[in-house]
Design a protein around this ligand. Structure first.
Ligand code: ATP
Ligand code: ATP
Ligand code: MG
Ligand code: MG
Ligand code: MG
Ligand code: MG
Ligand code: MG
Length: 266
């Protein structure tokens, strides 16, 4: 590559602001589908939870995690995914805009590229987009609280949406009537409604709907023998990377962080 002579226009680069994130903080990139209320209607998502969409979201997150090895954990629900980078990542010099744009564009292109594998009988009608933001969390507790916040959001929305769609689908209420019926109700009221009117115990619904999806890498020392494989074309043993685990468990109680304590180490 030939060296570029400095032109008199070069000064405009100085208008770019320094957006490097604070050192030694957890970096979180969260992406969220743009107008997915509409997108999910146009693509006939099953309500309240379309499994194809959840699987495609998770596949796309996994492709991001495969590409960027400094991601230690991902958490997804609905049309959003959060990506947690290790505290000392040097990726893109920790530049917030570089991190989030590379994550969100790879996520989006994988989502589109892989659409038909999950939506085999539903054409993609228009190009979807996702927004992104980068957030720095200085302490482990801040990071845990962030993830708890997203998981609590998953639970609150899923409880509401489960009631909402039961009223629409089984009691033939209009969306407006269903919304009015649920206005001002507490979680306990909604649990009660599901139980008495629809014979549903909310806690027995699939965990993926109630808890969302967590992606983590398997602990390093468990990998050594399990993940050494011989490639067919080559006799050299190929060291594979730790497998990515997919979990649909609670992250709010401390149990998760004691069981997977290695995630926050180093
Ligand atoms: P980075 O990820 O840092 O942007 P990069 O490989 O994309 O790395 P750039 O400085 O953005 O590097 O340069 C883009 C490169 O892509 C060019 O150097 C060229 O090799 C290739 N390229 C882009 N567009 C074309 C094109 N239309 N025809 C041929 N080559 C192209
Ligand atoms: P914005 O552009 O502000 O994010 P939005 O329409 O995407 O607007 P969100 O708050 O992000 O609003 O909510 C996403 C919406 O997408 C949900 O309310 C739901 O209607 C729909 N949705 C996302 N994933 C699924 C899914 N797996 N199954 C059914 N519906 C889904
Ligand atoms: Mg939103
Ligand atoms: Mg959205
Ligand atoms: Mg959303
Ligand atoms: Mg470049
Ligand atoms: Mg380039």
């Amino acid at each position: 590559k030939h060296t570029m002579a400095k032109s008199r226009f070069e000064y405009v680069r100085d208008f770019e602001l320094d957006d490097r994130c604070l050192p030694n903080c957890w970096l979180v990139v969260r992406i969220d589908g743009h107008s997915f209320h509409r997108f999910s209607e146009i693509h006939h998502f099953a309500k309240p939870n379309d499994d194809r969409a959840l699987q495609l979201m998770t596949y796309s997150a996994q492709s991001v995690m495969d590409e960027y090895k400094d991601i230690i954990l991902c958490y997804g629900q609905s049309d959003e995914y959060s990506f947690v980078f290790k505290k000392n990542t040097k990726l893109f010099c920790r530049r917030a805009s570089k991190l989030m744009t590379n994550v969100v564009s790879l996520f989006t292109s994988t989502f589109v590229f892989t659409w038909s594998r999950y939506f085999s009988t539903q054409d993609l009608k228009y190009p979807p987009s996702f927004d992104a933001r980068t957030i720095c969390y200085p302490s482990d507790q801040n990071l845990k609280d962030y993830l708890s916040w997203r998981q609590a959001d998953c639970h609150i929305n899923n409880l509401y949406n489960t009631c909402f769609w039961k009223l629409v689908q089984e009691k033939s209420l209009s969306p407006a009537e269903s919304q009015a019926r649920l206005k001002g109700t507490l979680s306990s009221d909604k649990n009660e409604m599901l139980f008495t009117e629809f014979n549903i115990n909310y806690n027995n619904l699939p965990e993926i709907y109630r808890k969302g999806t967590i992606l983590i890498r398997q602990k390093k020392n468990e990998e050594s023998e399990t993940f050494t494989s011989i490639t067919s074309s080559n006799t050299q043993p190929k060291k594979c990377l730790p497998r990515i685990l997919t979990l649909n468990v609670d992250m709010i109680a401390n149990k998760f962080w004691t069981e997977y304590s290695y995630l926050l180490e180093r």
